[in-house]
Design a protein around this ligand. Structure first.
Ligand SMILES: Nc1nc2c(c(=O)[nH]1)N[C@H]1C(S)=C(S)[C@@H](COP(=O)(O)OP(=O)(O)OC[C@H]3O[C@@H](n4cnc5c(=O)[nH]c(N)nc54)[C@H](O)[C@@H]3O)O[C@H]1N2
Ligand SMILES: Nc1nc2c(c(=O)[nH]1)N[C@H]1C(S)=C(S)[C@@H](COP(=O)(O)OP(=O)(O)OC[C@H]3O[C@@H](n4cnc5c(=O)[nH]c(N)nc54)[C@H](O)[C@@H]3O)O[C@H]1N2
Ligand code: SF4
Ligand SMILES: [Mo]
Length: 694
């Protein structure tokens, strides 16, 4: 018997719509959902490897309880009742002695985030952490500082653009399938692409213009671009006049930042900077200066991201066809979004967040997400209070937060560490109890509210029953909540029942998703009137170049540029990023993907390598102040001499993930735990490393 199931991929968090073919109870084929515009059957390599995940015997198969020291790899199998009772008993004691605030939960924001948040609210903890700050916290804060919206409330109209400028946004390797397809369509229709990256990425090889910028100097480039655009009056005057607060202040500020000055700092010829400014302005407003996906490079990250967004505003491209747009929700057409468990009434939580977000110490990052990389210091210093328990769901703080050794030290201080994963991740390896989740092909998930130019909802549906003794997170949380007297907040038996509860009042039912996998609130695209009708959420209801958010918190809107030092001898700036074949830290043990790309290498410039006696393919020691490792060198002309590049996600430690264990080096082991204290992102590219032949 053969059936077709419409669902959502979860080989990464992009959640591309998929069509799954099931034959005699086995998944035989996965393709992009042909009924979704922009997807039309396509899938990335990781999505195609979903089948290998489903049938991988090295994934988690049942709950496990640790029997030896943390990280020692001694485990025993447990039943669900046993594992949940074990956690509940410890949790009850912790809550009684230290209160709700002593428990934190960290996860990759996902469709069941409202379940995780409801759990913390039910036990009285303010300490919810998503991955958001690690990925793009400063982009979030930058967007709020200008528009009053988060980056998640904004989108990019690739398809209709005439010119896109990418600051390290590696579109064709760090993939979201729909974005890739739309960009290819735009390029086919004659759009231009400018790619700025200290490394020749695949995206760079497809660009019309490529600049090998000196790493860390993009802000200098942008100050110069703004300088030229204002001086030559290349901006959209009517738009800027209508919406912008602080143009004069910006004009005065960028005065000294000439293209000639920027050439010295960035290595990009002044004349080319002027040419780009003129070229994009001819296409305005259908221009995108891409504000980035991962915005976690430097301690002044927020100011780089603001400068990119300001360039869009000068082009008048925000809410223009072929530019950026504000996402529209069902409210825009008088309808209701799916319900969330967090819509219920919970007892008030009095304690401040343990990361101090939302207090004068750390005022601006988004308290809906928190800033996870400051957790290790908070745990170790017990400032502002002790933390006793950590739940890690679908997120690995050991490999996804800078300075693994520091994170390990903090973990050792906790009374309870629980991981819910599908794989033997390093955090699973270092926890006390491991709870295995069913993989995406085996489970129905909470509703995806997909706001955009057209508000829609998508659903992940179970294609086949679980192969092992695994459960859905929403069910696991409910069963744990029941054991500590908080079950009432979770009014369902299984995830399908929860979805039905979510859909009440939306006008849609679960069955409405059967035919295509999604439902739409409206057929038409909604764009506000660009010159008359932007609904900005800043206090001034303007686009705030001079930002009340920043200035009320004591931060400048336009900080002077601080020069970036040169790297010489055996010293390099470490930079990191993605390849098309892997997702962060989760796919290195996937049988297909492992075969295609089993370990990472250290990219190093040929001239610098020769001076150090480093040969292509030979082992080198790469070391920072906080960690070191041995890795093969990839000697190439395709990287700026100041930096070395390490593909993120390798160097796994969990022995039961046998294919990936010990292969390559983890960037997180080398990166210092530094933070943009204004925007909230970690500064993953501000670590200096030394390289020497082994
Ligand atoms: N050092 C360093 N740190 C980084 C980055 C970097 O480049 N370098 N990148 C940052 C960015 S952009 C991001 S978005 C974050 C991502 O950080 P993470 O969310 O930690 O990374 P992922 O690889 O997406 O997934 C983490 C875990 O989720 C598990 N998982 C996958 N699918 C499921 C599932 O269906 N259920 C459950 N329960 N678990 C599942 C995986 O096995 C893996 O162990 O990392 C950030 N941190
Ligand atoms: N295949 C794949 N696709 C993914 C993911 C994945 O794990 N795998 N994850 C998804 C997620 S959560 C995210 S956040 C996105 C990330 O998407 P991107 O942000 O596009 O990707 P990264 O690879 O993190 O970007 C790093 C790029 O910045 C460059 N870079 C380093 N330093 C500088 C600098 O100083 N200036 C400039 N201009 N560039 C610099 C690096 O060389 C690298 O090419 O990808 C998404 N898509
Ligand atoms: S980008 Fe690839 S891995 Fe991520 S959801 Fe889409 S198909 Fe799956
Ligand atoms: Mo990310």
């Amino acid at each position: 018997m053969e059936k077709t199931v419409y669902s959502l991929c979860f080989m990464c968090s992009v959640r591309c719509p998929i069509q799954v073919t099931v034959k005699d109870g086995q998944v035989t084929f996965i393709q992009g959902n042909p009924k979704v515009p922009g997807i039309e059957g396509s899938l990335c390599p990781r999505g195609a490897a979903g089948i290998a995940l489903l049938y991988d015997a090295q994934r988690l198969q049942s709950p496990m309880i640790r029997t030896g020291e943390r990280g020692s790899g001694s485990w025993r199998k447990a039943s669900w009742d046993e594992a949940l009772d074990y956690i509940a008993e410890k949790l009850r004691a912790i809550l009684k002695k230290h209160g709700g605030q002593s428990v934190a939960l960290i996860e990759r924001a996902n469709l069941a985030t409202h379940v995780s948040k409801a759990f913390l609210k039910a036990i009285g903890s303010p300490n919810y952490f998503s991955h958001d700050a690690l990925c793009k916290g400063s982009v979030n804060t930058a967007c709020r500082s200008l528009f009053g919206y988060t980056d998640a409330q904004m989108g990019i109209d690739y398809k209709n653009t005439r010119h896109i400028v990418l600051y390290g946004r590696n579109l064709f390797e760090a993939i979201a399938v729909k974005e890739v397809n739309q960009m290819i369509e735009a390029l086919g229709a004659g759009a231009k692409m400018t790619c700025i990256d200290p490394r020749v990425s695949i995206t760079a090889t497809k660009a019309h213009r490529y600049w090998m910028i000196r790493p860390g100097t993009d802000l200098a480039l942008n100050y110069a671009l703004i300088h030229v655009i204002l001086k030559e009056r290349l901006y959209d005057a009517a738009y800027v006049e209508r919406w912008v607060l602080g143009l004069n202040e910006l004009q005065d500020f960028v005065q000294p930042y000439t293209p000639e000055w920027a050439e010295q700092e960035t290595g990009i010829p002044a004349a080319e900077i002027v040419t780009l400014a003129r070229e994009v302005s001819r296409e305005k407003p259908a221009v995108i200066f891409h504000y980035g996906y991962r915005g976690a490079h430097h301690t002044n990250e927020i100011y780089l991201r603001r400068s990119i967004l300001i360039l869009n505003v000068l082009m008048g491209s925000v809410e223009a066809k072929g530019g950026l747009f504000f996402k529209k929700g069902p409210g825009e057409v008088g309808r209701k979004p799916a319900r969330k468990l967090t819509d219920q009434k919970f007892p008030a939580v009095k304690a401040p967040r343990i990361d101090k977000v939302g207090t004068p110490d750390f005022p601006l990052p988004d308290p809906e997400h928190g800033v996870p990389q400051v957790l290790p210091q908070a745990i170790l210093s017990e400032d502002p209070y002790p933390l006793k328990a950590l739940f890690a769901f679908r997120m690995d703080p050991l490999m996804s937060m800078p300075d693994t050794n520091l994170t390990k030290k903090a973990l050792q201080k906790l009374d309870l560490v629980v991981a819910c994963d599908i794989n033997w991740s390093d955090i699973a390896w270092w926890s006390d109890v491991v709870l295995p989740e069913s993989v995406f092909l085996e489970r129905t998930d909470c509703v995806q509210q997909a706001n955009g130019q057209k508000p829609q909802m998508f659903l992940r549906r179970r294609a086949v029953p679980p192969r092992y003794d695994t459960r859905d997170w929403a069910v696991i949380v409910k069963q744990l909540a029941e054991r500590i007297g908080a079950g009432d907040f979770f009014p369902y038996q299984d995830t399908e029942e929860l979805v039905r509860w979510q859909l009440e009042g939306t006008g849609f039912t679960l069955e409405d998703f059967d035919k295509t996998g999604f439902v739409a609130y409206t057929d038409k695209q909604i764009l506000w009137d660009r010159l008359g009708g932007l609904k900005l959420k800043t206090p001034s209801q303007k686009i705030e170049f001079t930002s009340s958010l920043l200035e009320n918190a004591g931060f400048p809107s336009f900080p002077p540029y601080e020069p970036v030092p040169a790297y010489e001898g055996n010293r390099f700036r470490l930079i990191t990023g993605r390849a098309a074949l892997h997702t962060h830290v989760s796919t290195q043990n996937n049988p297909y993907l492992h075969e295609l790309l089993p370990e990472n290498e250290l990219w190093i410039h040929a001239r610098r390598a020769a001076a150090l006696g480093v040969k292509d393919g030979a082992l080198v020691t790469v070391a920072s102040r906080v960690g070191s490792g041995q890795i093969r060198a990839r000697v190439t002309e395709h990287i700026h001499p100041d930096c070395v590049f390490l593909l993120h996600g390798f160097g796994h430690e969990a022995a039961f993930a046998a294919r990936a264990c010990g292969r390559g080096v983890s960037d997180a082991l080398l990166e210092e735990n530094l933070t943009d204290r204004v925007g909230g992102s970690p500064a993953l590219h501000d670590t200096t490393v030394t390289v020497q032949p082994v």
